[in-house]
Write a protein that binds this ligand. Structure first.
Ligand code: DGY
Length: 322
């Protein structure tokens, strides 16, 4: 029996690549180069399943009219880089990898909160540049995170994991906005108040952490007007998707100090980061590291494998999104 042909768009942890090669006719991306649009088109037209990730933009044009791929198994939980409607229209199943990256992404959101509030990036740069002149009472004064109010936009798994850490580790008060009402059972273990609007969260919170999906519906959800609702002592944290924040408006808010700072793991035009952000001290910039731990990246690969196995065995993949 011929084995399904898989194309993997980027390098994956070696043990997962080995398992894929044992079970499928797989083409790996040995030099890890990002696929061009033409390569992506060719891949979709010549495989049974494309194993893609966030750095691949898969729109209607790239999908073409009659792709041979019947499955796009995404390595990652977010899938706003895939045109889901176009995939559905072509009869392509799309899967993602929820759960396995919840803890590590939540850990990174907390890392960003602490880094920006305690000026850890600035401090590190000072030490490395040799310009630190020693301890003094007025040196590099930051903001206390413990006991403050954390506002979450979106209250899915990752947001709840951030809230647990913030409340039980740092004694923070939790407010949040979510499009639908969140049941009390879902909030078990948390004392959290659901607000009626994004605006209410922005006005209340000392730290605002974004946890909504990306895509057209949330593009520039955090825009100039909404940034203006945050106070001059408030911090914005984004581990969700770059497009959720109007980056130019954020640069202005940071530059004019209408907000205190930001911690960003994702950007509007990754891997390009706007010059305005690079020039500022009151922003911490990380290269999309939310899920970047050995444990999680292997877990994500295994989750893709489960989905691919199920699909080619004729079962519904456990993480089917379309
Ligand atoms: C995710 O899983 O969505 C991470 O951002 C990596 O893509």
């Amino acid at each position: 029996m011929t084995r399904p042909r898989l194309i993997v768009t980027r390098r994956w942890p070696a043990e997962v690549e080995r398992m894929l090669a044992e079970r499928f006719d797989v083409r790996l991306n040995a030099d890890d180069h990002p696929f061009t649009r033409d390569e992506m088109r060719t891949a979709l037209a010549s495989c049974d399943a494309l194993l893609a990730t966030v750095s691949d933009r898969i729109d209607a044009d790239v999908l073409g009219t009659a792709p041979s791929a019947k499955l796009i198994a995404n390595y990652g939980v977010g899938y706003s880089h895939i045109d889901i409607d176009a995939a559905r229209a072509r009869g392509i199943t799309v899967t993602n990898t929820p759960d396995v990256l919840t803890d590590c992404t939540a850990d990174l959101a907390i890392t960003l909160m602490l880094m920006v509030a305690r000026r850890a990036g600035e401090g590190e740069r000072e030490v490395r540049s040799g310009s630190w002149t020693g301890w003094r009472p007025t040196h590099m004064i930051g903001t206390r995170m413990s006991g403050k109010t954390l506002g979450l936009i979106g209250m899915g798994r990752i947001a709840r994991a951030v809230a647990m850490r913030a409340q039980h580790g740092f004694g923070m008060k939790i407010v949040f906005f979510n499009r639908s009402r969140v049941a009390a059972e879902t909030l078990a273990g948390l004392d959290a108040r659901q607000c009626d609007s994004v605006e209410e969260v922005l006005a209340d919170a000392d730290f605002v952490s974004l946890h909504c999906p990306g895509g057209a519906a949330t593009r520039h959800l955090i825009n100039r007007e909404r940034l203006a609702l945050m106070g001059p002592d408030a911090f914005l944290i984004n581990t969700a998707r770059g497009e959720v924040v109007d980056e130019a408006a954020l640069v202005d808010a940071l530059r004019n100090r209408t907000i205190a700072g930001a911690g960003l793991d994702v950007f509007e035009a990754e891997p390009k980061v706007s010059e305005g952000l690079l020039a500022l001290e009151n922003v911490v910039l990380l290269p999309h590291l939310g899920s970047a731990t050995r444990e999680t990246r292997v877990g994500m690969g295994m989750r893709v494998l489960d989905n691919v196995d199920a699909f080619f065995a004729g079962r519904t993949p456990p993480d089917r999104v379309v």
